[in-house]
Design a protein around this ligand. Structure first.
Ligand code: NAD
Length: 341
């Protein structure tokens, strides 16, 4: 047994857990035999105190894993931070290295889940099925206001052609769209499939629909801003299933008010950690920007649910447990994409 396992057992403290997390992780733990400790609360400097005798912490997209938290984890002899998601912008990797903590993630649990949700948002915004659903239930069978457009032949611009962007490109090609893509690395397989790699400027200028699939980092933060919106076609549709910080919210609100942006679909939001994954239906929301966004008839907000399929949750549980098992038994997972630090 490794040093990590012998010192602190095999207990995993899960943060930001929902009933479905408990259900999937409990179900697949039978093959692994970890001790599971589920906390509903987010991990942050205050809640890190909940961790007791535990070498492994499992976190999700809105947990705060900054240097202050990592320092506390190290003091509590936590050795592994296992992200049960793909994005890792919420983890200070430098601090993890400094305090000698391993960080792993689930790099590709179901790219299709997110790609299909991006297409679902496009179809909903375009064909207004969410409005039609409510309308006919009130015996209103009028079509006024439901006019859409053919997706066939439209230009879709994809920013970020990793696992999800690639899966989304296939779907868009299947609809008969012209697919443009921008990434810091081009992908020959996608070019063979008919995707055209172009500059970021060309994506902004030429796309009827822009779908964001790059990670949030210093280069991509607020990639959708006043200047990029100014380059876009009138009535452009913007879809963000990646990370909220890719969009400068105030600029998008201006673009919607001016009619420059014709449709906006967001599954992620810059300030989502105060809102998403909980029922706030009886609360007064203090975030004016999200309230403004939700008031537009041409904006669709989903609460970070693009990953939320049976297949994805199964993969998340299995890969997370497997990452932890490999680290605990000192197996080198350097070559498995899951290990970040
Ligand atoms: P990935 O690592 O496979 O692909 C990311 C791609 O972005 C890579 O090809 C990379 O080269 C590219 N990239 C990096 N920097 C870039 C830049 N400056 N400009 C353009 N492209 C750049 O990741 P993935 O699995 O495809 O996931 C993409 C993002 O989707 C994740 O970072 C995560 O934030 C988000 N995500 C959201 C959900 C959800 O439920 N909404 C679920 C999973 C992932």
């Amino acid at each position: 047994m490794s040093v990590i396992a012998s010192q602190t057992g095999n207990k995993i403290a899960f943060f930001s857990t929902q009933p479905y997390d408990k259900s999937f992780f409990n179900k697949y733990n039978s093959d692994f035999g970890f001790e599971l400790d589920f906390f509903e609360t987010q991990l942050n400097p205050q809640t890190a105190t909940l961790i007791q005798d535990c070498a492994i912490v499992c976190v999700f997209v809105n947990d705060i894993v900054n240097e202050a938290v990592i320092k506390q984890l190290a003091a509590k002899k936590v050795r592994i931070i296992a992200l049960r998601c793909a994005g890792f912008n919420n983890v200070d990797l430098e601090a993890a290295k400094k305090y000698n903590l391993k960080v792993c993630r689930v790099p590709a649990y179901s790219p299709q889940a997110v790609a299909e949700h991006a297409m679902a948002m496009i179809l909903t915004l375009n064909r207004k099925t969410h409005k039609a659903y409510n309308r006919v239930r009130e015996q209103n069978f009028s079509l006024n206001g439901l006019l859409g457009f053919d997706l066939f032949g439209k230009t879709i611009g994809i920013i970020g052609t990793g696992n999800i962007g690639k899966a989304f490109a296939k779907i868009a090609l299947g609809f008969g769209c012209k697919v443009l893509a921008y990434d810091i690395v081009t992908n020959d397989e996608m070019i063979k499939d008919g995707v055209e790699f172009v500059s970021l400027e060309t994506i902004f200028k030429s796309s009827d629909i822009i779908s964001l699939h790059c990670p949030l980092n210093d280069q991509t933060k607020h990639i959708i801003n006043k200047d990029s919106i100014a380059l876009m076609k009138d009535s452009v549709m913007i879809i963000n299933t990646s990370r909220g910080g890719l969009i400068e919210t105030a600029c998008v609100i201006e673009g919607l008010k001016e009619g420059k942006i014709g449709y906006l679909g967001i599954d992620v939001y810059e300030q989502e950690e105060k809102l998403f994954f909980r029922d706030l239906s009886a609360d007064i929301i203090q975030d004016d920007a999200i309230q403004r966004l939700m008031s537009f008839p041409n904006v669709l907000v989903t609460a970070h649910q693009a990953f939320f399929t049976n297949e994805a949750l199964t993969q998340i549980a299995l890969v997370t447990f497997n990452n932890i098992k490999l680290l605990l038994t000192d197996n080198d997972i350097e070559h498995k994409a899951g290990l970040l630090v």
